[in-house]
Design a protein around this ligand. Structure first.
Ligand code: CAA
Length: 259
């Protein structure tokens, strides 16, 4: 049987589902199979009651240096359109649990787009971000023009998309693309600390907060408010709401069950 190579490593530890991109020789260039594996791992973690939060990280010198250029070189419009690989990328949007990205080294092109699919990003001080696609005669196709523009505004996004230049982790922090900047040697430890803090929160609240925040990005305020309120009321039918509030009154640590 022809067993497909694995381009990622997964693990579950203390409520944290880890996905490590693992093609360091080509700076974790993302091929079609790797996207499928990332999405499948995320969907499995999403269904796994032992996983509360997902962490996505790179290896070696890169988070990921973009989509795999070798794989795209000879492709034409019809082949790409039929392959419809971005449908896989879009499935990341439907993952309900929080996703934390830990970026070290290069996060370029599709690698940057993958980082932008995360709900929070921590970056090592050596991280570099950018969309070099313009220099290859193409453009981002996995959400780069949309997500970057929503995050940093039209004029800033235009500069990086039209020049293909790279920007630093500090600039990414100033733009609000990343939550924190860390010495490279502390990135993994600090990411796990943040993941642990979140993993101890009630799972239903986490999922419904994430859903509401995503609506805020896409919907007009009135519709977003409506969605928020529905989720707020919904949480009052959970045992964890009673547990959280009783524990507060009884001055003890709550024990959440995710129901
Ligand atoms: N695809 C395929 N292979 C890649 C790659 C990519 N995106 N990025 C790096 N590699 C490979 C290189 O070909 C090289 O392989 P060999 O050793 O076999 O030659 C290996 O990784 C190491 O890379 P370099 O020798 O180039 O390392 P460097 O330190 O000199 O440069 C870099 C690092 C600046 C990141 C450079 O590798 C680079 O510019 N990479 C391409 C970045 C890019 O253009 N990304 C966008 C891709 S298109 C895209 O992502 C479309 C989309 O929206 C979905």
């Amino acid at each position: 049987m022809n067993k497909q190579a694995s381009f990622i490593i997964t693990a579950v530890e203390n409520g944290i589902g880890m996905i490590t991109l693992n093609r360091p020789k080509v700076l974790n260039a993302i091929n079609t199979a790797m996207v499928g594996q990332i999405v499948q791992a995320m969907e499995q973690f999403d269904r796994n009651e032992h996983v509360k939060v997902i962490v996505l990280q790179g290896t070696g010198r890169a988070f990921a240096a973009g989509a795999d250029i070798d794989e795209m070189l000879e492709k034409n419009t019809i082949e790409l359109e039929l392959l419809n690989q971005f449908e896989d990328w879009d499935r990341i949007t439907w993952v309900k649990k929080p996703i934390i990205g830990a970026v070290q080294g290069f996060a370029l092109g599709g690698g940057f787009e993958l980082a932008l699919c995360c709900d929070m990003l921590l970056a090592a001080d050596d991280a570099e971000f950018g969309f070099p696609e313009v220099g290859l005669g193409i453009m981002p196709g996995a959400g780069g023009t949309q997500r970057l523009t929503k995050l940093i505004g039209k004029t800033n996004a235009m500069k990086w998309l039209l020049t293909g230049q790279r920007f630093s982790a500090k600039q990414a922090l100033d733009y609000g693309i990343v939550n924190s900047l860390l010495p490279a040697e502390l990135l993994s430890e600090e990411t796990m600390k943040l993941a642990k803090t979140i993993s101890e929160m009630p799972p239903l609240s986490l999922r419904l907060i994430k859903e509401a925040v995503h609506k805020a990005v896409d919907l007009p305020l009135s519709e977003g408010m409506h969605a928020e309120r529905k989720n707020f009321y919904l949480l009052f039918s959970s045992e964890d709401q009673k547990e959280g509030m009783c524990a507060f009154k009884e001055k003890r640590k709550p024990v959440f069950k995710g129901i």
